[in-house]
Write a protein that binds this ligand. Structure first.
Ligand SMILES: [Zn+2]
Length: 163
């Protein structure tokens, strides 16, 4: 049985899906797994989010975006809670999010199990799927990404580091 509340929460999730990450506009905050929980109690929406390591300064921006987006859709009473424990992990990036990252030319993060030896891992080029890639720099366009170069299609790209 689908209750009104379940439908409302689904509707809220659908709205949250439209909010882009400020650093990577092609992925949404739900793609990155930032939204931990959505509640709807006594006509009040409570959205719990966990910031990524890179998005901390952007948190207030995301908070405002959530409130604005929901209020535009007639959810007047909105509270955003920030949960730092457990810390955000790249393992929370959804399948859809990883596809969108790749489409944006960013190699998606490998599962966390590979974190320790990530330098030894082969990172697949998001453009041509070649494994002939080399690490150029630990730090790419932002601290959370490494900079790689594909020796097949000669294209540089970012790799989203697992955390
Ligand atoms: Zn390539």
């Amino acid at each position: 049985m689908v209750t009104v509340e379940t439908e409302t929460i689904q509707q809220i999730y659908n709205l949250l899906k439209t909010i882009s990450d400020p650093e990577i506009p092609t992925v949404s905050i739900t793609d990155l797994g930032l939204v931990r929980n959505v509640e709807f109690i006594n006509n009040k929406v409570i959205v719990t989010i966990t910031p990524t390591y890179s998005a901390c300064p952007a948190m207030h921006f995301i908070e405002r975006e959530i409130i604005n987006t929901l209020q535009l859709n007639l959810f007047e009473n909105v509270e955003v809670k920030i949960n730092l424990n457990p810390a955000w992990s790249t393992d929370w990036v959804t399948k859809e999010g990883k596809i969108k990252l790749k489409e944006s030319g960013i190699a998606p993060p490998l599962p966390i199990i590979n974190k320790v030896e990530f330098k030894q891992n082969t990172i697949t080029c998001p453009y041509c799927n070649s494994n002939k890639t080399i690490l150029k720099s630990e730090f790419g366009s932002t601290a959370c990404k490494s900079f790689y170069f594909c020796e097949d299609c000669l294209t540089p790209f970012d790799y989203f580091k697992p955390i």
